[in-house]
Design a protein around this ligand. Structure first.
Ligand code: ATP
Ligand code: MG
Length: 400
């Protein structure tokens, strides 16, 4: 039985076929189908040229027409349909600078990175496998289509992709592929940071990230990743942490940051991550440092907020493997806070101005934060009259 995601896309294949062309599912979706893994998206490859595809489907968008990809918009979803192509002129070990549209499926499959990714499936569920990808899948082997050193010299990103597939699938790198990776790892220097970051993020989220980290070391590929060259020992330490498989992608970034000496934002900027992400990880790193030095005070937990505190604590526990987790305890403690933010304090700036006759100014925020802290620490109740009396006792309501 074909998964729904394929079934819904079959009418597209048959429509292209009725127009006299070939069309297949290709790449990751076919691989994941054979592995009985969840399928992200189905890519379709065809002998029809982009203009011909646009003539077949009423609703399309040119998303990568230079590379032969047309986006087809159908009721069941949006599909990327790419014309069979060969690639040539790999300048500087990166993407090709020219592609040629062709009519042969086999030649299209030949340009793909690994045998497991060079499978095609037609509308009847027949698999086309000219490079024995199914065998390699069965043996859990990642093997380049053709000569590994040649393929890695054409596009050096393929090496990092190989390791991210190890992380996602738990496969091994076939020996010639691994050897070529070791001898060609320095070519990764020619690859744009954004492409490396995309693969690296998938790598650190995989179920076999431990093996992937070890491979980065074994092949010296880590040296070509942004800011990582001084951190061989840290990567080894990370790979050995018992809890590393349980962390989310975000938590794994934070774990990595915990070993980095330079400013977290400078390090993350090298990876060209979105500024919002950089800000959040930087904040978390700051909190993690505090938590390492002083533990969780009520104030630190309150200021951090529960969700962020749990992320930080998970990373802390991954590093230190304490005999018991305190995450439930943090949760309880946080839930018991009588207020969760300054806005909930039962006194406002205007109350303070009225009680003192003073004008607004920085003193208002200071006083409110003082009250907030006392409420969190259980010194006073969050009640207007109580707060007023307490402020009077502390001489904080002196009139002008
Ligand atoms: P995922 O499930 O993560 O999307 P995928 O195998 O579909 O994995 P994509 O990056 O979506 O990976 O690429 C789709 C297909 O395009 C691959 O399966 C492979 O056949 C081909 N491909 C992608 N990147 C390269 C590359 N750098 N060199 C050669 N072929 C590639
Ligand atoms: Mg894909």
């Amino acid at each position: 039985m074909l998964p729904t995601i394929f079934k819904e896309a079959i009418p597209l294949l048959t429509k292209i076929e009725s127009a006299g062309f070939e069309a297949y599912f290709v790449g990751g979706s076919v691989r994941d189908f054979l592995l009985e893994r969840p399928i992200n998206d189905v890519d379709i490859a065809t002998s029809a040229f982009p203009e011909e595809i646009k003539g077949i489907f009423p609703q399309t968008a040119d998303i990568g027409i230079d590379h032969g990809t047309v986006l087809v918009i159908e009721e069941t979803g949006e599909y990327e349909i790419t014309t069979f192509r060969t690639e040539s002129g790999y300048e500087d070990f990166r993407r090709p600078d020219s592609v040629e549209f062709i009519r042969s499926l086999e030649d299209d499959l030949r340009r793909r990175d690994f045998t497991m990714n060079s499978l095609a499936m037609d509308a009847d569920g027949h698999i086309y496998d000219p490079f024995n990808g199914q065998d390699d899948i069965e043996h859990k082997m990642i093997k380049t289509v053709g000569e590994a050193s040649e393929r890695f010299s054409e596009d050096a990103l393929r090496m990092l992709r190989g390791i991210r597939f190890v992380s996602q699938l738990g496969f091994k790198l076939e020996s010639a592929t691994l050897e070529a990776l070791k001898t060609h790892s320095s070519l990764l220097t020619h690859i744009a940071v954004e492409r490396k970051t995309m693969e690296f993020e998938k790598m650190i989220a995989g179920g076999f990230r431990r093996e992937a980290l070890r491979l980065l070391l074994e092949t010296s590929l880590y040296i070509q990743l942004p800011g990582l060259s001084p951190y061989k020992e840290a990567i080894r330490t990370m790979a050995d942490l018992p809890g590393i498989d349980r962390l989310t992608t975000e938590q794994t970034w934070l774990l990595l940051l915990s070993y980095i000496d330079e400013s977290p934002s400078d390090f993350l900027k090298e990876w060209k991550l979105p500024s919002k992400t950089i800000k959040e990880r930087t904040k978390e790193k700051h909190i993690l440092t505090k938590r390492m030095k002083e533990g969780w005070s009520k104030g630190l937990l309150y200021d951090t907020g529960l969700e962020r505190a749990i992320n930080v604590e998970k990373v802390y526990e991954c590093i230190h493997s304490p005999s018991a987790s305190i995450i439930d305890q943090l949760q309880e403690e946080y839930n018991e806070f009588p207020i969760k933010s300054l806005k909930e304090v039962k006194v406002t700036g205007s109350d303070l101005m009225e009680w003192t006759g003073k004008n607004g100014g920085p003193w208002i925020k200071e006083t409110l934060q003082h009250v907030e802290q006392a409420i969190i620490n259980g010194e006073i109740q969050n009640d207007t009259e109580t707060i007023r009396r307490w402020l009077e006792e502390c001489n904080r309501l002196e009139k002008n």
